[in-house]
Design a protein around this ligand. Structure first.
Ligand code: PSU
Ligand code: MN
Length: 349
């Protein structure tokens, strides 16, 4: 009798679906190693606009002096909009939401050393979501990537995050399997991300396919022809499935995503400003060369080091021109993030 019972299909309740594996985060932050800056806590308590910013671009992305000056510019842009910046990073095993200036300077300096010195690199990590817990336990410093920053923003209840470019499916991923965990976070963490697309160090077509397969809403911002941007250039040759016509529309979509109980982010592609389009084509060639070199010298197989290596090589090949574009598009994304955050705060009032 037991055996027949075991074989009988289990009665399923009629109306269940396989629920999305939403990572809801802990119920309370009490006792966790998270320091929310007073300014951020106050903005949150008063329902005012907040934008999260990442710190891998400080530790592993931009070179000095830009690594410290750009985040300060970004924070100033947000403040001038009446938005509270929340730069996210790990310092001595504490998860920081909102940094002091001395913290930023420390991350920029140690991050730069870490890029040249393996012993320093052991104590100054590039922290994606998977490194988050270990970086805390080991009491390390770290710059958070898009996936790491999204995880922390979600814990802190921050819904909008601006960055430069997201990670994605690398060229040659069919053999290397190199796919950024940014994409997984975009599918299961409800924090909207403003970016300028991704660099063509990635396979942009496959990146967009991955996002589609994992049900991530992808939209361009105020771009009627829906051309998906490619970081240094406004054109990737691929189309986004949607265009968002205003910050209000973006904010409403974020609210509706939550109301419907969907776990996904909203990925907003905001093209680099027009005055940088010409130099973009030249930078594109530097990107192609850097990728070819990385395949030849084996860097393409170096795991987490491949993205920082490619970025540094593009800066070298373009004799620093990539930097100005890089900074301009980040500032532009921060401004749009601020506009969206203001509308979002208005909707929740
Ligand atoms: N792309 C850039 N600049 C960057 C990054 C990506 O053009 O600084 C950083 C971001 O923090 C992103 C991370 O989340 O690299 C992705 O790294 P990986 O490919 O190892 O997942
Ligand atoms: Mn990778």
């Amino acid at each position: 009798a037991l055996r027949t019972a075991a074989r009988r299909p289990r009665a399923r309740p009629f109306f269940t679906t396989s629920s999305p594996s939403t990572w809801s985060g802990p119920r309370s932050l009490a006792g966790l190693p998270i320091d929310i800056a007073p300014e951020v806590a106050q903005a949150k308590a008063e329902g005012r606009a907040i934008v999260a910013l990442e710190s891998t671009l400080v530790t592993h992305g931009l070179p000095p002096p830009h690594s410290a000056s750009l985040p300060k510019d970004c924070e100033a842009i947000l403040r001038s909009q009446g938005v509270t910046p929340a730069t996210i990073a790990i310092l001595n095993g504490r998860i920081k939401v909102g940094l002091q200036e001395k913290d930023l300077v420390h991350l920029a300096e140690r991050g730069w050393e870490a890029r040249k010195d393996k012993t320093v690199a052991e104590k100054m990590w590039k922290v994606g979501r998977r490194e988050l817990a270990a970086a805390v336990v080991k009491r390390l410093d770290g710059g958070t990537t898009v996936s790491g920053t999204m995880a922390v923003a979600h814990l802190a209840g921050i819904k909008i995050f601006s960055t430069g470019g997201i990670g994605g499916v690398h060229r040659g991923a069919e053999t290397s399997f190199d796919i950024s965990s940014d994409l997984i976070s975009l599918s299961d963490t409800p924090v909207a991300v403003v970016c300028a697309g991704s660099k063509s160090i990635l396979d942009i077509g496959l990146t967009l396919e991955y996002l589609e397969a994992h049900a991530v809403p992808v939209a361009v911002y105020k771009t009627a022809d829906r051309e998906w941007p490619a970081f240094y250039t406004a054109e990737s040759g691929f189309k986004a499935p949607m265009n968002m016509e205003s910050a209000r529309e973006v904010a409403e979509t974020i609210v509706m995503t939550d109301k419907l109980g969907l776990p996904s982010s909203l990925l907003l592609g905001n093209p680099i400003p027009a005055e940088y389009h010409d130099v973009g084509e030249e930078l594109q060639r530097a990107v192609d060369q850097a990728v070819a070199e990385s395949v030849e010298n084996g860097m393409a197989k170096s795991g987490k080091q491949v993205t920082p290596w490619l970025l540094a090589r593009v800066a070298e090949l373009s004799r620093g021109k990539s930097l100005e574009s890089n900074k301009a598009l980040i500032r532009n994304n921060v401004k749009v993030g601020g506009e969206v955050a203001l509308e979002y705060a208005r909707l929740l009032k």
